[in-house]
Design a protein around this ligand. Structure first.
Ligand SMILES: Cc1cc2nc3c(=O)[nH]c(=O)nc-3n(C[C@H](O)[C@H](O)[C@H](O)COP(=O)(O)OP(=O)(O)OC[C@H]3O[C@@H](n4cnc5c(N)ncnc54)[C@H](O)[C@@H]3O)c2cc1C
Length: 324
C-alpha cells in the first residue's frame, strides 16, 4: 500500500507527533516502505537524517518562496500534487493544530473525508478501518473510511514511537505548482512565547495555573516554580479568556496538547476540555482548595489548600533542598 506521510520539522528536527504518525503509517502500509513529504524553508536542512529508522524510502521536500513562512493552503496543494503523482492510497499527518489544518485543506482540495486524531488504522477490503479520539478524548470511535485515498491524522502522544532498521531516506526536492489562493493564508509574524524558550508541547514538566491564580499577577508564583523546575508555564481557558495569559499557554481541547512527565495544575478544576489536553501526562499533581474538584479524579498526587500559599512553599522547599 502506498502511504504518504506529512512530516513537520523545525530546521531538520522532526517533532514527536510526526514520528508517531510515521509509526501508525508503517502499520497501515503493511510492510511497504513509506513516502514522506515536508516543506523546505529557504536553505534550511530537510529532516532526512532524523527519519532514519522510520521506514521512509524517499523524503519529498517541497521548495519555493511560498514556504518561507508556514502556509497551510500551499502545503496542502503540494501534498495533493505529490499524492496524485505517487498514486497514494493514504495520506497521514500528525494531529497537531497545524497538521490537522493542513490535512483538512488536503481533504477540501480532493473532496474526500478526513479522519482526524486516529490512534489505530488498518486497511481491509478496499477501505480503511480507523479508531480515533472524539469529543475531546472522552470516547474512542471505530469507523470505516470509504475513499480512494484515506486521509488521516494521528492523535499526538497516543501512539508510541517505534523504529526499524531502515536508513535515512533519499531526498527529492520538488517545486509544486501553486494556485494564487495558496498564499491567502500564511504566517505573517512570529511572537516569542512567554515560556523562556521551553515549548509547552514538548516540555518534560509543565506548571499550569487556572482561575484560582486570581489574576495575571497571580502567575508570578507559577512562573517562579516553573523556572526552578525548568518547566513550561501553562494555563486553563478561564485564564486566557480573562486575558491573564496568551492563548499559546492554554492547555486543552482548544489549546496545546501536552504529554510531560509531570503536570502540576494549580487552581484548575479539571474540566473535560482541559483534561483533553493533559491526559498524556505521566503524573499529575493538583493543587486545589476544593477537595471535591474533578481534577482530583485524574491526579496522582494532590495538595488541598490555597495555591498562593502552597506554590511559594514548594519553591522555598526546592531552593532549600538544592542548597543543603
Ligand atoms: C468548546 C470548549 C472548549 C474548551 N477548551 C478548553 C481548553 O482547551 N482548555 C481549558 O482549560 N478549558 C477549555 N474549556 C473551558 C472549560 O470547560 C473550563 O471552563 C475551564 O477549563 C475552567 O478553567 P479553570 O479550571 O481555570 O476554572 P474553574 O473551573 O473556575 O476552576 C477553578 C479551580 O480553582 C480552584 N481554586 C480557586 N481558588 C483557589 C486557590 N486560591 N487555590 C487553589 N485552588 C483554587 C477551585 O476550587 C476550582 O477547582 C473549553 C470549553 C468549551 C465549551
Amino acid at each position: 500500500m502506498s502511504v504518504l506521510v506529512y512530516v513537520e520539522h523545525a530546521a531538520g528536527v522532526v517533532d514527536e507527533p510526526s514520528l508517531q504518525a510515521l509509526t501508525l503509517a508503517r502499520g497501515l502500509a503493511g510492510g511497504d516502505a513509506l513516502q514522506a513529504v515536508c516543506v523546505r524553508v529557504g536553505a534550511t536542512q530537510s529532516p532526512a537524517d532524523a527519519l532514519a529508522g522510520h521506514g521512509v524510502e524517499t523524503l519529498h521536500a517541497a521548495a519555493g518562496e511560498a514556504f518561507a513562512a508556514h502556509a497551510p493552503c500551499a502545503i496542502a496543494e503540494a501534498i495533493v500534487e505529490l499524492s496524485r503523482r505517487l498514486s497514494a492510497s493514504a495520506v497521514v499527518g500528525p494531529g497537531t493544530e497545524r497538521g490537522n489544518e493542513v490535512l483538512a485543506h488536503v481533504a477540501g482540495l480532493l473532496d474526500l473525508p478526513l479522519a482526524a486524531n486516529c490512534v489505530a488504522a488498518a486497511s481491509s477490503d478496499g477501505g480503511t478501518n480507523v479508531t480515533r479520539v472524539r469529543w475531546g478524548g472522552s470516547l474512542l470511535e471505530v469507523a470505516r473510511v470509504h475513499a480512494p485515498t484515506a486521509l488521516l491524522t494521528v492523535q499526538p502522544h497516543a501512539v508510541p514511537i517505534e523504529t526499524t532498521s531502515s536508513g535515512a531516506p533519499a531526498v527529492e526536492t520538488f517545486t509544486p505548482t501553486l494556485s494564487d489562493a495558496a498564499l491567502a493564508l500564511r504566517v505573517a509574524e512570529r511572537l516569542g512565547a512567554a515560556t523562556g524558550g521551553i515549548s509547552l508541547a514538548d516540555a518534560k514538566v509543565v506548571v499550569s495555573g487556572g482561575r484560582g491564580a486570581g489574576s495575571a499577577e497571580g502567575f508570578a508564583i507559577v512562573e517562579e516554580l516553573a523556572g526552578l523546575l525548568g518547566a513550561a508555564v501553562g494555563c486553563s481557558r478561564a485564564v486566557t479568556m480573562a486575558g491573564w495569559r496568551p492563548h499559546t499557554d492554554q492547555v486543552g481541547q482548544t489549546g496545546t496538547k501536552i504529554a510531560p512527565d509531570l503536570y502540576i495544575a494549580c487552581g484548575i478544576s479539571g474540566a473535560t476540555q482541559h483534561m483533553a489536553g493533559c491526559k498524556g501526562a505521566k503524573r499529575i499533581l493538583a493543587v486545589n482548595s476544593d477537595r471535591e474538584a474533578p481534577i482530583l479524579a485524574s491526579a496522582d498526587y494532590a495538595v488541598i489548600g490555597d495555591m498562593h500559599e502552597i506554590v511559594p512553599a514548594l519553591s522555598v522547599a526546592i531552593r532549600a533542598a538544592r542548597s543543603s
